[in-house]
Design a binder for this molecule. Structure first.
Ligand code: SAM
Ligand code: SF4
Length: 329
């Protein structure tokens, strides 16, 4: 398994399939003046398969498909099939807003997708449409039901806590875990891209310390669970006799850079070395001139070796070139 300069084992590739989205969450995509990569730079299914094959050659084992919104790719099923059949890949997951999932969950499962994380910030329909602009709770709910029916489990729900929008709804979100064996994960806002959404992410930030306190005041103590995966960015808890798990992803109040195991691949073919920094290594040019898997693996090893550690959010510095919808979280 590849190790970086900080002795971190990097075996998890997160692939952004597109920087387009059918929603405009207030902290992720502006309503106007969105910057997109040129369409001809989008990696094809065959190119993605070649990169994933090279990644497994050097020890990568897990892949997550994200975006933008990955379900907007008309060739998503082909991509899943190609990634899932690469020898050495042990887990293929996807992060989605769930809006289009109900019509494709079974096909994706058959193609080799193991599980999904569905982004839903509140179970209140009005507040959801205000925060996840253009989104309707009923559509996401159908996506959740379809994911469960198709066996895309364990189901994880991502809730980005945003001051003035949904910070009180965290109690209802956490309560879902009492009956359902789902993981409900509360995510702290991160400012990326330097624009309007980065500003929102700073101004509307809610610490998970406050979110956890709010949940415990309403629902009782959260019992800390022993981590099963040391690279899990989520610190996991359980409410008394609950079926599911309450997780906190706290990049700002409790950074987890020391256990980072990720490499990101952008939809336009660049290895992005740290979510919160702009450093990238181009792989598109090599793929397009027909580089073999050994050469692609060497490029990925170079990217791993260049991974920085420790973000600079406390000094007000984050990415400028890339926003969350380019990188996929
Ligand atoms: N469209 C899919 C979705 O919404 O899940 C996948 C891409 S989205 C960029 C991936 C995840 O990033 C989302 O689930 C959301 O939880 C998270 N996210 C988006 N903007 C964020 C921000 N500014 N700070 C923290 N998390 C964010
Ligand atoms: Fe789209 Fe996901 Fe960003 Fe929301 S968080 S705008 S659903 S990419």
């Amino acid at each position: 398994m590849p190790r970086d300069r900080f002795e971190r084992e990097i075996d998890y590739l997160r692939i952004s399939l597109t920087d387009h989205c059918n929603l405009r969450c207030v902290y992720c995509m502006p309503l106007t003046e969105v910057s997109y990569a040129p369409p001809d730079t989008a990696l094809t299914p065959e190119e993605i398969e070649r990169i994933v094959t090279a990644a497994t050659d050097i020890g990568f084992r897990k892949v997550r498909l994200t975006g933008g919104e990955p379900t907007l790719r008309p060739d998503l099923v082909d991509i899943v099939k190609r990634v899932a059949r690469v020898p050495g890949i042990q887990d293929v997951a996807m992060t989605t807003n769930g809006i289009l999932l109900s019509r494709m969950a079974v096909t994706l499962k058959r193609a080799g997708l193991n599980r999904v994380n569905i982004h839903v910030d509140t179970m209140n329909p009005e507040r959801l449409s205000r925060l996840m602009r253009w989104g309707k709770l009923a559509d996401i709910q159908r996506g959740i039901d379809a994911a469960i029916d198709a066996g895309l489990t364990p189901l994880k729900l991502n809730c980005v806590v945003t001051k003035g929008f949904n910070e009180e709804d965290v109690v209802d979100m956490a309560r879902l875990t009492v009956e359902h064996d789902w993981h409900v994960r509360f995510i702290e806002l991160m400012p990326l891209g330097g624009g309007e959404c980065a500003k929102v992410s700073v101004e509307r930030y809610v610490s998970n310390v406050d979110t956890k306190r709010r949940i415990e005041e309403a629902l009782g103590p959260l019992e800390l669970l022993t981590p099963t995966n040391p690279s899990d960015e989520s610190k996991n808890f359980r409410l008394a006799s609950a079926a599911g798990v309450v997780g906190f992803i706290s990049p700002v109040s409790e950074p987890y850079c020391g256990s980072c195991n990720r490499m990101r691949l952008t939809s336009d073919g660049r290895f992005h070395l740290c979510l919160l920094k702009d450093d990238e290594v181009d792989v598109l040019a090599a793929v397009r001139r027909g580089a073999d898997r050994a050469e692609l693996g060497a490029i990925l090893l170079r990217a791993v070796a260049s991974k920085p550690t420790g973000h600079t959010l406390a000094d007000g510095r984050s990415t400028l070139d890339r926003s969350m919808h380019h990188l996929g979280g």
